[in-house]
Design a protein around this ligand. Structure first.
Ligand code: FHN
Length: 421
């Protein structure tokens, strides 16, 4: 697919010529958890009695809240319900293999103990603890890779940070000073004080030349060579490509890449959120992304007390229930060579084709078009029920009639072949 070559061309020499050898865990992971948690989580999309629709984490920008007013929110930010083990347990039950949480979003507030600024959760709030330490440990204890989101350019608190145009004049900003005095020292803190990180996830790059970004990247490598970072570091760099928010490539993509979606209506918590993706939507999205060869990182937005929204917890657990039975058809797979079908999508492992059936044909005859090598056996992944099949030219017809009619977001059929697919 042409874009994979574009990706190769697009990537800087720091990746295409010497790709990070630690990338394989990421390619096999397939499912990650994104967490947006900051002062905005306490506001829940409302400021001065007005509700701002759209991304909860953008409320300071949407309401053009002056820095001196917005920073007051920290004085009552006290997430006493935060429980690192509970969050990590949910991540495990959901079946995610990595977790990325906002260390500092565009609001400029540090959700970790930083010596670079007092505008952080330990110095500026009654909570006075660093939740990131305990969350990193709880995730790792459960075999989940831990990583940070860091808004490296947009910082609406700092006079020289990017994009606060309501308190400061953009043209008068010294971005290099912001990087030198805040962003780079904080990223070093994150890469030095929280153990081995799986991912540093940068967002909306700016204010750096290509050479500066390359030096920035190489600095990260020296601190934690195994830490991956996505293409949102900017300038075509990164160990893997991130698509735009809520984007999935239309056809399989080579290389390591990730689609990012949010489970709720926004990324940060909003009080009146009525649009949580169902387990079926999550599972079919995950299978579709995996069928194109990539990962899905799904976001949740805990509230200002440290609670994960009820429907996010419930639907993630139900997604994990499906993965506990069908995970073999997702984790460690590659893109299915058969394009999307009326009945669903496919994923692959050597010698195995996994049919992700979203819509069961009414006549129970499943047409699998494509030049399959010799098919040895066909069976349901859940329970192993062997299924009848016949070849029709180069196509395969699978008889599903023996399959019990259970309701599932995706019924997985395994086609075992002799030789490579
Ligand atoms: O502006 C941010 C937004 O708040 C959110 O963090 C998303 C997540 O991918 N990233 C930026 C918009 O793409």
């Amino acid at each position: 697919y042409g874009q994979s070559q574009d990706m190769a061309d697009m990537w800087d020499s720091t990746t295409t010529k010497n790709p990070n050898k630690h990338i394989q865990w990421f390619k096999d992971a397939k499912f990650g958890l994104f967490i947006h948690w900051g002062l905005y989580s306490k506001l829940g999309g409302t400021w001065n009695g007005k509700h701002y629709y759209g991304s909860g984490e953008w409320i300071m920008n949407q309401a053009k809240i002056p820095v001196r007013k917005y920073e007051q929110v920290a004085k009552t930010f006290n997430p006493t319900h935060f429980n690192a083990d509970q969050w990590a347990r949910l991540a495990k039950e959901a079946g995610v293999k990595y977790m990325v949480i906002t260390a500092k979003h565009h609001e400029g507030f540090s959700m970790f103990d930083s010596k670079v600024t007092d505008y952080d959760i330990v110095d500026a709030t009654p909570y006075k603890k660093d939740p990131m330490k305990s969350l990193a440990a709880a995730a790792r204890k459960r075999g989940i890779q831990f990583g940070f989101y860091y808004s490296q350019f947009q910082d609406w608190y700092e006079p020289n940070g990017g994009r606060n145009t309501w308190d400061y004049t953009e043209s008068k900003k010294d971005y290099q000073r912001y990087y030198r005095e805040k962003a780079i020292p904080q990223i070093k803190e994150l890469l030095s004080n929280y153990g081995p990180l799986g991912i540093m996830w940068f967002d909306t790059p700016g204010g750096m030349t290509k050479d500066q970004t390359r030096a920035f990247v190489n600095g990260l490598r020296k601190l934690q060579p195994q830490c991956l970072f996505s293409s949102r570091v900017g300038q075509g760099m990164g160990d893997y490509k991130d698509f735009g928010d809520s984007e999935v490539p239309p056809v399989p993509m080579e290389g390591a890449w990730e689609s990012i979606y949010t489970h709720n209506d926004t990324w940060g918590y909003i009080e009146r959120d009525f649009n949580f993706k169902s387990p079926k939507e999550i599972i079919q999205l995950l299978a579709t992304v995996a069928s194109r060869g990539g990962n899905l990182m799904l976001n949740i937005g805990p509230d200002g007390e440290g609670n994960i929204p009820y429907y996010s917890a419930k639907f993630l657990k139900e997604t994990g229930d499906w993965l506990s039975v069908n995970g073999k058809s997702i984790y460690g797979t590659t893109a299915g060579f058969i394009p999307k079908q009326p009945w669903g999508v496919t994923t692959e492992k050597p010698g195995k084709l996994y049919l992700q059936i979203f819509t069961r044909p009414n006549n129970d005859l499943l047409l699998v078009p494509g030049c399959l090598p010799q098919v040895n056996k066909v069976y349901a992944l859940d329970g192993g029920q062997p299924l009848g099949f016949t070849k029709k030219g180069t196509d395969l017809l699978v008889d599903l009639s023996k399959l019990k009619r259970t309701v599932s977001a995706s019924t997985v059929i395994v086609v075992e072949c002799k030789g490579a697919l």
